[in-house]
Design a protein around this ligand. Sequence first.
Ligand code: PGA
Length: 257
Amino acid sequence: MNRRYRKTIIAGNWKMNKTATDTKKFAEELKAVMPKAKWCDVVVCVPFVNIPSAIKAFKDMRVSVGAQNVFYEKDGAYTGEVSADMLKDLGVKYVIIGHSERRQYFGETDFTVNKKVHAALEAGLHPIICVGESLEQRELGITMELIALQVKSALAGIPADKLRKCVIAYEPIWAIGTGKTATAEQAAEVCTFIRTTVRHLYGARIARSITIQYGGSMKPGNASELLAQPDIDGGLIGGAALKANDFVEIIAAANQD
Ligand code: PGA
């Protein structure tokens, strides 16, 4: 973390978990244990159908609501899709784009990710852009090339003044939901590389101000060490974000001096 230059953001990614009723219950549980002063921004990315109940439930808790996906067209005949304007209108602030599960199961590509980033920014949402390598790619020694490609293609055509609204999440695929966390050194190495890539594209001032999260089995037991890395400005948390007590411990780790 480096709070002098950029925001620390702890974001939960609920994936396809919890009903609207569960959302309300979670918010009550979180409220009971949430620290009063927070040095980090807290976001909960819920399934589309839970957005209205999440907006209501988290209203007076300084917890922002995020979505887990968005379509890139403004409107039209796209059965089953949800536009950025629809999310914005509900009060959504963040949207996860290009999560590896979307790339793996729903055919998302660097090209569609880029279109979604444009659409999100145009609607005034903050995209949380996910990048990350598979185990095979890591073992082949092509992690950095792949990350550079993902970052560059996600940001293609995004003007510098909009970049401040973007968050990049480094999520090694081999660490997601597997219980295997990247070591703090591995995570820091890639997050620093992402910032360098942004610096080459947009210059030092913007690179210094962009929030870069780590995601992949982040939990209370490893959050402090990961967040102590200067280029890791928060977490995108799956499993451990489903339990209020675990989530709040990670928030507490981000709250430390
Ligand atoms: P995990 O998921 O924390 O359960 O590994 C992280 C993510 O996919 O964003």
